[in-house]
Write a protein that binds this ligand. Structure first.
Ligand SMILES: [Zn+2]
Length: 252
């Protein structure tokens, strides 16, 4: 099997036909609300895994957050995301925090992988994770300082690196087996821009960490294997996804 990019955080339009979504390749696709997650979870894509999310910038989603409904949706997916905290959101921080805590509690109860948005809230997010650490937490578009990054590593966090932060010096101090790559493409972007964006970021991150781009890619697949093993979600991953993980980690 050919080595392919893994996109650990992207936004895809859940109304697109399967053949359009397939162009994104292997992707952890986020949702922003329970309504969106409900639509996404009705799909059966071979290479896209859809998360159950409640985005801290989405006032309506945060207001409508219902823990029972969120739990019911999260039972059907191996992934929870996108959730998190955002200092620049107009949603009041207490409401953001309550929702984030509830979502983390669901992740712990069900053994799910989580993709977290920590915009200007690096320390606050780590405080929440210290209270309640899910089996696997992936920090998306992380830009914490040296000390915060050390704390995140000590907590066992993974990182999905976006092109915009791939040149940061902090990645030199993160164990390579904790690094994944993301596109964070938006609904309006063509799904095919996901693998292109990930491949470009692999090159940037390789330059920063004195690795080769193919080592970055192999490391991301190894990270995903560890993430799946740590969670209690193995049966919920699409078979082609698990086959690809096995093939990517065995050849190299
Ligand atoms: Zn996102």
């Amino acid at each position: 099997m050919k080595s392919l990019p893994l996109d650990a955080h992207a936004h895809l339009d859940a109304m697109l036909p399967a053949r359009a979504i397939a162009r994104a390749g292997f992707v952890l696709a986020m949702t922003l609300s329970s309504d969106e997650a409900r639509i996404a979870l009705a799909r059966a894509d071979e290479r896209a895994v859809w998360g159950v999310g409640c985005h801290p910038r989405r006032a309506r989603a945060v207001r409508a957050f219902d823990r029972d409904e969120f739990t019911e949706l999260a039972r059907r997916s191996p992934l929870i995301g996108e959730i998190g905290l955002d200092l620049t959101s107009r949603v009041p921080m207490p409401a953001q925090r309550a929702t984030f805590r509830a979502a983390l509690a669901v992740a712990c109860a069900l053994g799910r992988v989580v993709s977290i948005h920590p915009h200007r809230t690096s320390s606050a997010v780590l405080d929440e994770l210290r209270r309640r650490m899910p089996p696997a937490a992936i920090l998306h578009w992380w830009s914490g300082n040296d000390e915060e990054t050390r704390r995140a590593v000590a907590l066992g966090c993974y990182f999905s690196v976006h092109r915009a932060v791939a040149r940061l010096r902090i990645w030199q101090d993160v164990p390579p087996e904790r690094l994944l790559v993301e596109s964070d493409i938006r609904y309006a972007d063509p799904p095919a821009s996901s693998p292109t964006s990930v491949a470009r970021t692999e090159v940037l991150l390789a330059a920063r960490t004195a690795a080769r781009p193919e080592e970055i890619r192999a490391g991301a697949w190894r990270a995903l294997r560890a993430i799946i093993a740590a969670s209690r979600s193995h049966a919920l991953w699409p078979r082609p996804f698990l086959d690809q993980v096995r093939s990517e980690v065995s050849v190299r």
